[in-house]
Design a protein around this ligand. Structure first.
Ligand SMILES: NC(=O)c1ncn([C@@H]2O[C@H](COP(=O)(O)O)[C@@H](O)[C@H]2O)c1NC=O
Length: 523
């Protein structure tokens, strides 16, 4: 016995075991039995233990009450819950247990019905409801509350800890506190999943299609070296319910990802995966300094890099196809912070892995869509993700507002520019040629400056190129800059009070002007 309270152990004499996931159950049962622990267990958990030769007391024997209502009531009984909840530091609780003839539990091992997995399988509402575990969380929460007297385990991943504790003579108080906190996190996440699903799928939906309540739980993944700047501490968290993205990507080579690597990497993934054809996006400070499609990923990278080789230095690259040896050789020529791809072909890791300072990230799962949540002070904004299939996005739906209809190749370039433009922070102007950006003007507080930037970056290449603007031109001054630089076709939403001025300007210069009717601001 130690004087330090945190190190005080409770010898495990009696355990309650009720698990849906039976991984590692037999080994656990044998170890508990070998340590002289009495095991009380439910239905099929007890059957599995008994079949493995582990003596168990069925919970019905303990309660004198049969499991009923298709398993909805198994452990919901005072003989179970008084045994879990008695605080044995209190003589009165100990006395009451004695009087009631109830033996206390030292260990509760429970894992819950697979509610999230059942929902993901597309099961019916009734089937999902049936997988909402009631008795399990009740035991888990009771044991977690009573951690001064009980240890609680909610996952087979923790069984190694049980084995170690049995050897050591029981869990210490410090360990029981950690287990209790983990158990409450587990039931909280479970309830958030149930409440979110209920709100959206079972309860009456709200008129506007947005849930009346939003819940999320976040699991810490890593402490980052620092945040956006060196004086800011930072950490990475995964949203327990969101589909996999950059947070779950696997670092195959290089130093741990930095905060800015994550934000730029996310922007790069979104930009590259916006295209069906092989696409590479090179991102700096959340904006593309090059984005291109190609017949293969090496060509897409070559074209994306050529857009702005100066800015591409130290960039974050995402490709929507596995990186090939040909692309890797080109990437190796330039200082690059991160390359993110669904995979890396044979030989690529040898080429890029030779570079100490590059990070290689495998992100096999990424999909655009769903909703985006933007934290703001005191709350958050929830909106549908901006997808290109908004009305008016397809070139066939565009309205030719000035000039002659363009040929197919030019229309394809306009369609590329229109799609690529929405990965650029507003006000966004993107000049394109041959499926590649050649000049990008981003993040300016007026559209003229974005035009100047795009044209300036494109240089001579602006001549004969096409341009996209993420929102309408309020004046014809921006288009004039583009036209004077040699842009021969422009796509923009239209809808300004002064559209006529831009239309007249384009007519005068023989420039094709298309209106999409749809805007793609991105902030
Ligand atoms: N209703 C109850 O009293 C109850 N008690 C335990 N359970 C769950 O039943 C499962 C184990 O049952 P079995 O041993 O029959 O496979 C566990 O996931 C446990 O969380 C219950 N089930 C659901 O609520």
């Amino acid at each position: 016995m130690t004087d330090k309270p945190g190190l005080q152990r409770i010898t495990t004499k009696r355990a309650l075991v009720s698990v849906y996931d039976k991984t590692g159950l037999e080994e656990l049962g044998r170890a508990l039995h070998a340590a002289g622990v009495e095991i009380v267990s439910t239905g099929s958990t007890a059957a599995r233990l008994a079949a493995a030769g582990v003596p168990v007391v069925g919970v019905e024997e303990l309660t004198g009450f049969p499991e009923c209502l298709d398993g909805r009531v198994k452990t919901l009984h005072p003989f179970v819950h008084a045994g879990i909840l008695a605080d044995r530091r209190l003589p009165d609780h100990v006395r009451q247990l004695d009087e009631l003839g109830i033996a206390p539990f030292d260990l509760v091992v429970v894992n819950l019905y697979p509610f999230t997995e059942t929902v993901a399988s597309g099961a019916s509402v009734d089937e999902c409801v049936e997988q909402i575990d009631i008795g399990g969380p009740t035991m888990v929460r009771a044991a977690a509350k009573n951690h001064p007297s009980v240890a609680v385990v909610t996952s087979p991943a923790q069984y190694d800890d049980v084995h170690a504790a049995l050897t050591a003579g029981g869990f210490t108080l410090t360990e029981r506190r950690e287990l209790a906190a983990a158990a409450f996190r587990h039931t909280a996440s479970y309830d958030v999943a149930v409440a979110g699903w209920m709100t959206e799928n079972v309860a009456e939906s709200s008129d506007d299609g947005f849930p009346s309540w939003l819940g999320a739980t976040w699991q810490k993944q890593a402490t980052l070296r620092y945040g956006e700047n060196a004086h800011q501490a930072a950490a990475l968290y995964a949203d327990n319910q969101a589909p996999a993205g950059i947070t779950q990507a696997e670092l195959l080579h290089g130093k741990p990802m930095s905060y800015n690597n994550y934000t730029d990497g996310d922007a790069a993934l979104r930009a590259a995966h916006d295209f069906d054809e092989p696409c590479v996006a090179i991102i700096k400070h959340a904006n593309p300094c090059g984005i291109a499609v190609g017949s293969d990923i090496a060509e897409a990278h070559r074209k994306a890099h050529a857009c702005d080789p100066i800015s591409a230095f130290g960039g974050v690259i995402a490709s929507n196809r596995p990186v090939t040896v040909e692309m890797a050789r080109a990437v190796a020529e330039v200082f690059t912070e991160v390359v993110i791809a669904p995979d890396f072909e044979d030989g690529v890791l040898e080429i890029l892995g030779a570079k100490k300072n590059i990070r290689l990230l495998r992100a096999p799962h990424f999909s655009l869509g769903g909703h985006s949540l933007q934290p703001i002070s005191g709350g958050a904004l929830l909106q549908e993700a901006d997808l290109i299939d908004a009305p008016g996005d397809a070139p066939q739906q565009w309205q030719l507002a000035a000039g002659e209809a363009v040929d197919d190749a030019t229309l394809a370039d306009l369609a590329f520019a229109w799609r690529a433009c929405r990965s650029v922070k507003s006000n966004a102007i993107l000049l394109a040629s041959d499926g590649a950006s050649i000049g990008v003007g981003m993040g300016q507080v007026n559209r003229v400056d974005s035009c100047k930037l795009a044209v300036d970056r494109a240089g001579d290449r602006a001549s004969g190129s096409v341009a996209a603007s993420d929102a309408f031109f309020p004046f014809s001054d921006g288009p004039l800059i583009l036209i004077e630089a040699g842009v021969r076709a422009i796509v923009q939403p239209g809808g300004s009070m002064r559209d006529a001025e831009t239309i007249d300007l384009c007519r005068e210069h023989g420039v094709a002007l298309y209106f999409t009717g749809t805007r793609h601001f991105f902030h």
